[in-house]
Design a protein around this ligand. Sequence first.
Ligand code: SAH
Length: 258
Amino acid sequence: MRIETAVSREEFAAAYLSAVGKSDAAKGDGRLTSDRFVGMAYGIYEKLIEGSKKANLTAILSPDGVAQRHILDSLIPYLFLEKRGIVKDGVRIADVGCGAGFPTLPIAAFAASCGVALSVTAIDSTAKKIRFLTETAGSLGISGIDAVSGRAEELARPGGGFREKYGLTVARAVAPLPVVLELTAPFVKTGGYVTAYKGREDEEESAASIAGKLGLTGPEKIAYTLPSGDARTFFIYEKAAPTPARYPRPYAKIVSNK
Ligand code: SAH
């Protein structure tokens, strides 16, 4: 738990707008700096500060940290997916291991602020994070979010109710890439996309064998840098074939890969 006080909207907006202006991938996109979206970004920041008094939600709580490492980092890959036509009206997204709501909250808020109707099912095994996300989405009036508490490998198995229902999965900072792919690919329909937000590390080779078994092709890799200098890689796999029913395996098997 952390006791911090939220800065004013003006102070947060200054940190956020400065971060957008220093980001090659984000600057110049007026939708990111609209009053409506800046207001929503501030709302997310305020709720994180408030929620962190009651529960451990995230280590990043400074205005600049939230602006760069939660809001912008969630949205830069979204802008790319939009350009590629992968996110558009009506797409169903699953955010696996959403934590306190990243990338779910920025994505759903941004889409709503630009009139794009998408839906996000946000999944996490920690119930208090799911409660926080549900409350935050409700009180900020961010529509299209359905938050589910549970383990991905259980929800995604055949008969679990969520399998092969989504056009896109996102997962940020959840696990090593091979584990992320097995936890997420079963949620996606054939022809959809499985993506992962990662740090600088290049894990593509270690994931190649399991990606093929799960029915995935790719990846396409998008490299970007946050204004702080932090390097990120966003992986995009396409689901070319249905995932065999034996995946996802129980978590211990996914991790040991035996
Ligand atoms: N995506 C968020 C949270 C990252 S922390 C962010 O970027 O801020 C990783 C989260 O994944 C944790 O909240 C953890 O509870 C969740 N998680 C890890 N393995 C999971 C699994 N098998 N099923 C559901 N949630 C999982």
